[in-house]
Design a protein around this ligand. Structure first.
Ligand SMILES: Cc1cc2nc3c(=O)[nH]c(=O)nc-3n(C[C@H](O)[C@H](O)[C@H](O)COP(=O)(O)OP(=O)(O)OC[C@H]3O[C@@H](n4cnc5c(N)ncnc54)[C@H](O)[C@@H]3O)c2cc1C
Length: 391
């Protein structure tokens, strides 16, 4: 029977980043296997994401993870180049969170937190917003938080492929198969069973299965991972008017939009009451027609005349307890490590989380960023760590 020191279940951004950071660390000498059921990543959150990166979070660790994410993608070739240079097409157009009077106290509190760790953010008042983005209707807006550097969007598929390519170059094995069972002896995971019928033994097992994370934890007999699959729509639309210097804009309603080539994409998380657990990919076009378009046209008068040209649905791995990541060893089954529950901001955290998980595996503790606030133990201890800026 084959044995690996580390088995990573799921090979999208989290799985491949962990594989890359482990395999590139000279202090780690083990054999690594990544098991991915669909190497096209067609239904992964990673490849269906909006590709955004920002530093406007309420938790310091989330800001720091994104700061590292920005530095990683800006210097990507020093990490990931194998033969040809890598590009993830980073558009550093910025990120703009708008606030009405109601949202100002949260915006300012978050801003102070962000400045305390050196985030590249500034507050623009109504007049400054109008001057900088003259296509924006700011009549009801008091101010905005503008991420002016290290913020914008990039290509999620290119990042994943580059991580994977480099990991393979560093002797990580990728296997196309699905984990359908996890065998445990007392408090230790010993092997995974695959849909092909194969059984593979391992030393440490990492759950990087995105919106399927709870299914995977269930297989290991861990029933209480608070990560549910929640559907999110993204709509691509055409607008004949150019919006100069358009960043990713988050409206006070929660709707967001940004340029995508010559077009735009937009989306919005549903209200809590209308956000069931969901694993299908069916589209509801009324979300665009009835919920998004009116808000967008109100915010940008030029969006009165737009045409929807495409759309897709993907899933957030939504942490229903505090909308934050769950990272680290299970407290009793401690050869099982979580890298789960990233809701709508996991792509940008991919490099930082992969590095952190690789440190846990190699050294038994974090060395660069202390991410112990994301430990699974917080749920039992009822010490939730809420992220307020989930888009
Ligand atoms: C519409 C949308 C917009 C988003 N926008 C942003 C954004 O702007 N910025 C941002 O930072 N984040 C964004 N996100 C969130 C981000 O995409 C995710 O947090 C991140 O990609 C999670 O990566 P992952 O590797 O954990 O999960 P995934 O990308 O879902 O990967 C999990 C992988 O595990 C595999 N897998 C699952 N079960 C098994 C099994 N049993 N055996 C083998 N393989 C298995 C799957 O095939 C999949 O490839 C968005 C997400 C969505 C859905």
């Amino acid at each position: 029977m084959t044995t690996y020191d580390v088995i990573i279940i799921g090979g999208a951004v989290m799985g491949s980043s962990t594989a890359y950071f482990l395999s590139s660390n000279s202090d780690f000498n083990g054999k690594i296997l990544v098991i991915e059921k669909d190497p096209t990543y067609a239904q992964s959150s990673t490849c269906l994401s909006a590709g955004g990166i920002r530093q406007q979070f309420s938790n310091i660790e989330n800001i720091q993870l994104s700061q590292f994410g920005a530095s990683f993608i800006k210097n990507i070739n020093s990490y990931l180049q194998v033969d040809e240079p890598v590009s993830v097409d980073f558009r550093e157009n910025g990120y703009l969170f708008l606030a009405t009077e109601n949202g100002m106290s949260v915006l300012m509190k978050n801003h102070e937190t962000q400045l305390s760790v050196g985030a590249n953010v500034q507050i623009l008042d109504q007049a400054q917003l109008k001057e900088r983005f003259n296509w924006l209707n700011v009549d009801d807006i008091v101010a905005g938080s503008f991420g002016f550097k290290d913020s914008g969007w990039f290509d999620p598929h290119c990042l994943t492929m580059a991580l994977k390519n480099k990991a393979k170059n560093l002797k990580v094995t990728y296997l196309k198969d699905q984990v359908v069972g996890i065998q445990r002896t007392n408090n230790k995971i010993v092997s995974v069973k695959l849909s092909s019928g194969d059984v593979i033994n391992g030393g440490i097992f990492i759950n990087a299965t995105g919106a399927k994370a709870s299914h995977t934890a269930d297989m290991a007999g861990i029933k209480d991972l608070p990560v549910n699959s929640r559907k999110r729509f993204v709509f691509l639309f055409k607008c004949m008017t150019l919006l100069p210097n358009c960043p990713l804009v988050v409206d006070p309603s929660g709707a967001y939009f940004r340029p995508e080539g010559l077009n735009y994409i937009c989306g919005k998380s549903p209200d809590k009451a209308n956000d069931p657990d969901c694993e299908d990919f069916f589209m509801d076009y009324s979300v665009f027609e009835e919920e998004l378009w009116p808000v967008l046209a109100q915010r940008v008068p030029a969006f009165d005349a737009i045409k929807r040209i495409s759309s897709w649905a993907g899933h957030y791995a939504y942490n229903v307890s505090d909308q934050n990541a769950i990272i680290g060893r299970h407290p009793s089954v401690n050869n099982f490590i979580f890298a789960n529950g990233f809701s709508g901001h996991g792509l940008q955290q991919g490099p930082g989380v992969g590095r952190a998980v690789s440190e846990l595996v190699t050294y038994g503790h974090y060395k660069t960023l202390d991410l112990s606030c994301f430990a699974f133990e917080r749920f039992a201890a009822n010490k939730l760590y809420k992220e307020l800026n989930v888009v």
